[in-house]
Design a protein around this ligand. Structure first.
Ligand SMILES: [Zn+2]
Length: 158
């Protein structure tokens, strides 16, 4: 059995900037309205509940807050050179150079800020949040880059 939480409807959303150096159009700095979609698979406990919706939302909100109104940069990968000096990040790729104030940036432990990598990152963060009981089998997280296009990642819990 599954429960689902739709971030468009429940406020688990963020707006952020990114670029994908390997795709010409996407290599230009741009942003998206993102939402998290969460699906949890498991068996209802003796109270008929897989997990309280509120607990899932409380775990997801702080993760999303770190992204909101930020420039998202990857910490891994070789598609761009990222240097931090003082309070700025300098990013170089494809003969381009961007400089961002560090306070506007969130650096993520992924190779590229794609919806797929964001989904894997968020699924891992939720899985590590410790909110899931023995009755939960897996957590899947979808990252929507605007409505209608989503990437999903699944982490097995038990
Ligand atoms: Zn994009």
């Amino acid at each position: 059995m599954n429960i689902r939480i739709n971030g468009w409807e429940t406020g688990i959303r963020f707006v952020a900037g990114h670029f994908l150096p390997s795709i010409e159009k996407c290599s230009r700095l741009h942003g998206h309205n993102y939402a998290l979609l969460v699906e949890i698979e498991g068996e209802p406990n003796e109270d008929g509940i897989i997990i309280d919706f509120i607990r899932v939302k409380e775990a997801a909100h702080p993760v999303v807050e770190k992204m909101d109104h930020r420039m998202l940069l990857p910490s891994g990968g070789s598609s761009m050179e990222i240097m931090r000096a003082d309070d700025e990040y300098t990013v170089r790729f494809n003969d381009k150079k961007y400089v961002f104030p560090a306070s506007d940036v969130t650096v993520l432990p992924i190779d590229n800020v794609s919806a797929e990598n964001l989904a894997s990152y968020f699924a891992g963060e939720l899985a590590r949040s410790g909110i899931f009981g023995k009755n939960v089998r897996s957590v899947s997280v979808g990252v929507a880059e605007g409505r209608g296009q989503e990437a999903w990642a699944r982490v097995v819990i038990n």
